[in-house]
Design a protein around this ligand. Structure first.
Ligand code: SAM
Length: 212
């Protein structure tokens, strides 16, 4: 499969529904974000291993998360879990490079993600840290998107979210099964949570996440 074929397939089966997400998938070279041994499978609709026992999610899962995130140019985004950098490159295509930053717990992955982003032509800030605590230095955000699974939505994220903002996060057990939650912050600061199907993500490890 190539970039156009997988994008058309994701559109045909209803994973991609907006022109913004379609354009991002057609633009970002996924082959620049996978390990060299997996380049021939870069456009297969499957998760692939990256460094340090982590994964890059399947294109269909990424498309679901981007669509429920309701992104548009100028919206500020904190991505938790940079990994390869692929998802944050897609986000940058939609919201603009200066409006997104990514936080990664594992320094080796943060460095690799930064290199991948740079070689694919993206100038996105990647910081090393425990994303379960958010990143207060640049808060508030319109969106906080986690690409790792949490036992519950970390409370620092709620404090760092704009009213009406969205948190998008797989929530559930540490291994194998979670549900994708979208939590919208009300003017009063409460969360209204909707569920968007089952998923399987690596765990969000940290102070407000799972223990290692
Ligand atoms: N967005 C990534 C991509 O496009 O390749 C997906 C990476 S993987 C599914 C999830 C990532 O979350 C891993 O790189 C992992 O190290 C990271 N992670 C786990 N707990 C974290 C935390 N507390 N703070 C920041 N990153 C975390």
């Amino acid at each position: 499969m190539d970039r156009k074929t997988v994008t058309d397939m994701l559109k045909k089966y209803g994973y991609i529904t907006s022109p913004e997400v379609e354009k991002a998938f057609l633009t970002v070279p996924r082959e620049s974000f996978v390990l060299p041994g997996y380049r021939d499978r870069a456009y297969a609709d499957t998760p692939l291993p990256i460094l340090c026992g982590q994964t890059i999610s399947a294109p269909s899962m990424i498309a679901i998360m981007l669509e429920v995130s309701q992104l548009a140019r100028g919206i500020s985004v904190l991505e938790v879990g940079c990994g390869s950098g692929y998802n944050v490159a897609l986000i940058a295509e939609i919201v603009g490079e200066d409006n997104v930053l990514s936080i990664e717990r594992i320094p080796e992955l943060a460095e690799w993600g930064k290199e991948n982003l740079k070689s694919a032509g993206y100038s996105v800030t990647v910081v090393i840290g425990d994303g379960t605590l958010g990143y207060p230095e640049k808060a508030p955000y319109h969106r906080i998107i986690s690409t790792a699974a949490a036992p519950r939505i970390p409370s620092p994220w709620v404090n760092q979210l704009e009213p009406d903002g969205l948190i998008v996060c797989p929530v559930g057990s540490k291994h194998w099964y979670q549900e994708l939650e979208v939590a919208q912050k009300t003017e009063k600061g409460d969360l209204v949570i909707t569920h968007h199907g089952g998923c399987a993500f690596v765990p969000l490890i940290g102070e407000e996440g799972f223990r290692q």
